[in-house]
Ligand binder design. Sequence first.
Ligand SMILES: [Zn+2]
Length: 609
Amino acid sequence: MASPGFDATFYDLQLRIELSPENLVGTVRVRGVAREAMSSLVLDFDPAMRVEGVLDRNGQPLASSRPDGALSITLASTAMVGDTIDVTVYYEGRPQVTGLGGFVFDTNQSGKPAIWSLSEPYGARTWWPSRDHPGDKADSVDVSIEVPQPLTAASNGVLTHVEEVIGGYRRFHFEHRYPIATYLVSVAVAEYDVDTQLYRRPPALAQDLGELELPLVHYSFAGNGAFEGSHPQYGFQYITDIFPVLEHWFGPYPFARELYGHAQFTFGGAMEHQTLSSMTTNYQGTMAHELAHQWFGDSVSPGSWRDLWLNEGFATLGELIYWQATEFPDVHDQIFDIYYRRALQAEGTLVLQDTTDVLDMFAHSRVYAKGWMVLRMLRGIVGESVFREILKAYAADPRYQYGTARTEDFAALAETISGQSLGYFFAQWVTEGDGYPFYSARWGKRPNGASWDVEVTLEQTGNARTFQMPIWIEVQTAAGARQFLVFNQLDVETYIFTVQDEPSGIIVDPDRWILRAEDVVVTHMDASPELPSSGKLSLYPVPAIGRITVESTWGQPVAADLVDGLGRTISTRLLPPGKTDWTLNGLAPGLYGIRTAQGVTHTFILSGQ
Ligand SMILES: [Zn+2]
């Protein structure tokens, strides 16, 4: 493992790619600061790569050795805390293909060379020496790539110049002046058609975020038309439709001083390389996913691979919010169904307990689909506008932007912005709990003066744990449907709603705001429902103004809580038999309830004064 006391600040990768035989020749300068006294610098570097030598910044050779999976460099003198360490490593070899790829010599469908990297999560070390941990970002990176003509090379950041090199090679120089994690440093080489565009931030967004004209560069395999696309949902050119949607939700594109683009590769999927996503397809959903990663994954990187859902859940959210904003709403609905069902198959906690099995880490059902559903559930709890504020604040927070964040950082920020205690939510869905709730419901109706009371008993079965969630319950009547939000936290809980027209049915969680077993068995009881106890509370007037009268038919005093729409207790009283006035001064208009110790919640609306 690389030196934990080393803080990398800059990497300069000078690479030469040879095709026959396939070979990578590298000169990599590694600069950083000692955070503890260090007599040697250990970098992650795969033994398949042969190190020819290491020089210090004065050109003096340094001794090195190859302990397991690493390169250990003996420094000329012990570096003290705060000292700069600056070494250059000379090496070559054919990188071992591992994990999702690493560094790959391949050919595309035209039989032409396609050479590319995909280093997430542990692949950077297979082709260049670094402190290969997402928590140690360099402040900046230079990449130059020498390739035989007529190949074109692409990498992160701005192409500063191209030079001819003897022997029929060209060298492409890139500079990237933003912090970057090692796994996001990229190489993509092929015979490319290069198309450029500008993203002009639309006026409505520019009012909020300022003007922006961002260069866009797309590298498509020569002749395959990936830029134009052959179907309305395909084509790199449509990235200009995706940008405004994601900027609306996430805030300004984080690498706005430079550019964004796509480079085709043959991996099969895609990879959010910083400022230049590597793409197999030109499908807009994938483009939205990779662009979303520029905020979540690239600018805000995971502090640990355990927090991978902070990358993939957010990028998957990017797909869904993009499709919802387009003229293809049916695509949104299809993808919603597919991902929702996948999320039900997620195994284990969303925060990864094991980060050694790369394929398991990237199982779509968990960090992608369930990660997205967790964000959707959060949106359901805090509401759309607060949710958007959370996303934007998280992306822009100076503690995390261009740095890293952990799950607990995001959870704390969501609590701060929403003003809600969300510990129960993150514990049961992200950090501690797995699985999902199974709900069933029984309901009945009875006249209540000119209105109707609907009594709904919600039951959780099929999971050893009891989930605490706000749940929408829709009551259907001939005059239309009405939704009530209740906070469900017991295995068996009863709610009473009042509606004007005779109810004909109920639906639990009609809009799938909760990751739950898809079938909710709803049973109707024809007669007036059995009350769960020998007493009964009646509330009036409904809607309430300023106060509510609670009438109890219990023979003895019963304890009851006044709760808000999220089930949080506002005050508790002992209700004697008969009528009690409960004042509601200072409460905002909305849905409230009187909840008894027997788990029955009588909901009511408090209207404005
Ligand atoms: Zn992704």
